[in-house]
Write a protein that binds this ligand. Structure first.
Ligand code: CA
Length: 335
């Protein structure tokens, strides 16, 4: 805004108010000399788009131009905010800027986005006063993610020996800021017989991590007993010694070395009225129980049926290494 007067600026502190939107070059004329325009009674307040040239002639009063060198704005303090949405934060409370100098009242604005991405964004605050002076200041707004992801894994999962780690169900993972945290685990390439505790780790892009575990129980495959056993009804003569043979397999059905399986045989009498009874003691003549043939990976137990009652028996193969219990395999003993 430019003022032109016939006199030098000196002590006048008032303003002249004009309502409307004068175009550049508009001539404002005071029709009387300054005695009617007392200090404090008049104000300049142009709301349009300047610059304006205001010519005051024959005027006895003196008008001070708007100051442009004492307008200041203080931005709110720099802030660090925890992310609250995917990729950053919304609804961030920036605080308030304060302006001084110039000609109040002030209009204060900023260029803050509605969404702040992770990291630092510079927000510029601008104060404009009634005389169209302005001042700017900046505020650093930093969005961080310090919250670990949430991860939920299946507590327990059964696989067949040799199954790859890819057989495991993936955990459920979520994060407030990171749309897809990375998920890793420490599972072996394939599972050995017995129990393996697998730890899953979810990590977000800011390096926060959380873990969960899945207890993997790998058991042997066992499709059935080998001959002379055959599909029921399998009948043997009461009092005979019955060779019970089996081989353990992996998840592909391939016979595997099970020399560490430590299996034993459990036999229960089956009654038509009450079902299976308690395990009965088993005799293995010649101390041949739990024979293992490493060449064919075959286990054999010679079940001595002498002294037992005729009827139906349920055979279970229990593995000491994995705790699995396969069966029942039914055998009919006839007199
Ligand atoms: Ca996070």
């Amino acid at each position: 805004m430019t003022f032109t007067t016939t006199r030098a600026w000196s002590s006048y502190q008032g303003t002249i108010r004009y309502y409307g939107n004068p175009s550049s070059g508009t001539l404002f004329t005071f029709n009387k000399s300054g005695t009617e325009m007392l200090p404090g009674n008049v104000r300049f307040l142009f709301d349009g788009k300047g610059p304006y040239t205001i010519t005051i002639s024959g005027c006895e009063m003196e008008i001070a131009p708007p100051h442009t060198d004492d307008m200041t704005i203080t931005a709110p303090a720099d802030i660090t905010v925890e992310g609250n949405t995917k990729g950053g934060a919304i609804n961030v409370a920036l605080g308030d800027a304060t302006a001084s100098g110039g000609t109040p009242p002030y209009t204060i604005t900023n260029d803050a986005p509605g969404f702040f991405p992770l990291g630092t964004t510079i927000v510029t605050w601008t104060a404009t006063d009634a005389g169209r002076n302005s001042a700017t200041a900046t505020q650093r707004v930093t969005i961080v993610d310090t919250t670990p992801p949430k991860i939920t894994a299946v507590e327990s999962f059964n696989v067949i020996v040799g199954a790859p780690s890819s057989a495991l169900p993936l955990p459920t993972v979520s994060d407030i800021v990171d749309p897809s945290p990375t998920v890793t685990n420490n599972a072996p390439a394939s599972f050995h017989p017995g129990t393996t505790v697998v730890t899953w780790t979810a990590m977000d892009t800011s390096g926060n991590s959380a873990t969960a575990t899945t207890t993997v129980i790998a058991v042997y495959g066992l499709s059935g007993l080998l001959p002379p056993y055959q599909a029921p009804p399998t009948t043997f003569k009461l009092g005979s010694t019955i060779p019970l043979k089996w081989r353990y397999t992996d998840y592909t059905g391939t016979v595997v070395d099970s020399s560490s399986a430590a299996p034993y045989v459990e036999v229960r009498f089956v009654s038509s009225s009450v079902g299976e009874g308690d395990p009965i003691s088993t005799e293995d003549p010649g101390a041949s129980g739990r024979q293992y043939d490493p060449l064919t990976c075959t286990w054999q137990f010679n079940w001595q049926t002498k002294g037992l009652s005729a009827g139906t028996y349920a055979i279970y193969i229990v593995c000491g290494q994995t705790g699995q219990r396969n069966g029942p395999f039914l055998i009919q003993l006839r007199p």
